[in-house]
Design a protein around this ligand. Sequence first.
Ligand SMILES: Nc1nc2c(ncn2[C@@H]2O[C@H](COP(=O)(O)OP(=O)(O)OP(=O)(O)O)[C@@H](O)[C@H]2O)c(=O)[nH]1
Length: 814
Amino acid sequence: MTVAALRMSLQVPRGPANSIFSSCRMSVLITQKRHFATPVKPQPAAVGVDRIRNIGIIAHIDAGKTTTTERMLYYVGYTKRIGEVDQGSTVTDFLKPERERGITITSACIPFSWRQHRINLIDTPGHVDFTIEVERSMRVLDGAVCVLDAVAGVEAQTETVWRQANRYGVPRIAFVNKMDRNGASLGRTVASMGKRLTGWGRPLVCQWPVVRDGTSKLSGPGSGGPAFEGVVDVVTMEILDWHQEKTGSVVTRKPITTDDSLYTEVHAAREALVEALSDIDEKIVDAFIECDGDHLKLPAAELRNALRRVTLSGKGIPVFCGASFKNIGVQPVLDAVVDYLPSPADRPAPHAVGPNGTEVPCLLSDKNVCALAFKITQDAKRGPLVFVRVYSGALERGMTLVNSKSGTKERASKVLQMYADDYEEIEHVTAGNIAAVSGLKETRTGDTLLSSRDPRKLCLDTITIPPPVFVRSCEPVTSVDERALAPALKALGREDPSIHISYDEETGQTLLSGMGELHLEITADRLEEVHRVNCKMGKVQISYRETVHFTSPQKFSETFTYDKQTFGKRSKVRVSLHIEPVLNVDPGDEELISIASTGQQHANGGNEIICNLKRSDFVVAGVDTLAGGQPNLSPYAPILEMQAAIKAGIVGALGRGPLLGFPLTNLRVTCTAVKLFGPELSTPAALRAAASTCLQSLIRTADATKLLEPIMDISVRVPDKYVGTITKDVSGTRRGHIVSLGADHQDADDITAGEDDYAHRTVEATVPLAQLVGYASALRGLTAGTGDFTMALKGYGYMQADSQAEVVQEIRGY
Ligand SMILES: Nc1nc2c(ncn2[C@@H]2O[C@H](COP(=O)(O)OP(=O)(O)OP(=O)(O)O)[C@@H](O)[C@H]2O)c(=O)[nH]1
């Protein structure tokens, strides 16, 4: 093969490039050009399903997700210049607060092409307050790129997003970014991955950093720093250089030779890679034997195949490194997305159940449409846009879709290909792809949409929405704002299901509940900036829960007759309810009350509502006497409608506890009987009011309402020397319980592990949320800025009587 022919064949960076090193070790300059000169907007049908990659970029805050995404968009030809986070000019962070604060708040979705593959990329936020964005993205992704900071290594939120990816079984690759920073180390980062990112495969180092030392010689035992200037591809044994062009769009590849000072290190890294692969992939062992046990003779194509197999099976995580900000290292990550991450066809069919709860297969090959609504945004012109991942069939413009949860039929008036905040109309979106649909006004996040004639009637697993732990009041400033508030909040709540909106009848205030201080702050900003509603926002407070404390096994029952005249119309109905705890937990118990993560109990805030009334549970008063043991219900509303009205009344009453107006939790409410007094008097509205009033009275009679406070699992990562300070602070000042004091040490002889100049430890503890307000800055103060932490709701715990009294006093003001 001539050098010219080699050059040409290597325009596409796989295949022939691999054989270069193994077949001829000539020193040749190979140039990989940008693949597209102008923006490319690939249509969904343009590629087969095996060429689709639905991937997310996940990481701790500030690891460089958006910076990396912007380079990707530039190198694939999507943008004409590179957007910068620090200049507020990025494509994916398009919201005003995102650009102002330099952080990602909402996940943006962008499709683009790379090496004849369609990549649907989702850039997710790193801040813990926006975890719902990561959760719902993860639910529809097939693969992920986990970005790590080469100085900080694995950070607290990296562990959180890692666990989320584990939960959805998402295969992933890792990109160790910021290799240009002082103190950067690939080895240390990989070692911390091995220790802290558990529950998934082992890290497999596929690149080695190139650092030019003072004498211009290539060096660096897996470390980076300001002199970081490229990488060696351990698979192809080529040195990759990005300096030919200022934006890094030209990648120069040159085989490494024994003359290169890095050769010994890279040789050892290849040996380590082959050996690590041999532990988890049998086929590579056969190939290795065929090459007479010579690591270098093992063709790159064989290594790539093995890397793909172990990535898809969750046994391995290919690791790459670079410095996105310096435009180094991004194209190989794009190649790895194509080479190693799964297509929708490589993934198991999503879990789905039919109407009777039995599992129903949702196969990619099925012609009927099955799509999951995973996100909703409000577009000024088109109204709500519902983002869908299509699991089977082709969702076409104008199609009628059935919501399998509610049974509602809606028309998909437009199908749109989203490009962050921009969109393009398309005719249809095929199975395996992601798009947005307009015209669906009733669809909610987590709903399954089916073609109207789909016999499967299946329901995909919904999306878990965490309960809000902070609350803030919001009062409109003028009467114009007052009128605009309700629709604006409805739109905000629909876009972000982790925002809850309630109304305090006593104070007349609207309450916004959310995941954290920043979450509520951003929501208030959006209310003003996007919806033009000016509100006076109250202080951010903990969102407590209320519950009734029962002396086990006592139950509370009540029969209540609702008999009321409103605007000349009389309503009369009688309902019987009883309440009991879902979990028997007493004040003083260590056990927490958890709000189940799925199902009807979660949907009802940790409560269970049982209202399965049969015809025989109804009694009809007066002339309608029993006919054959059954009351005549035909003049009344259908039983299902009456049940729904009772449930709605119960849900309403559970939304506001008698103590401070916080939602009630841990209650099982059963409706046992209903007495009707004629179709004119006993309407569904009367049933709803009766159930609500009956429950409120039942709870008041119980007179044992207790306050529950959110208890968080926290994970604090600090250098070893601060462990004592942290444990003292957590268990002394903050009423916390230390669960464990983990250590992050690494094996000295691990080829992937660089110099470990500062050992860290992770303190795991449970702490009441009230003690964690402002903890981020307190932690910075306690650890000279070196510590970080993450937290997640563990459950709700009874408060000590004096702490409860203090909270009641503070909120009521008396
Ligand atoms: N030195 C250096 N800085 C970088 C690199 N990549 C990103 N940064 C900087 O790190 C900061 C955070 O980068 P982002 O891309 O916003 O990080 P992110 O992970 O998207 O952040 P969130 O979305 O808010 O979680 C910015 O100031 C970037 O300029 C890099 O390779 N080297």
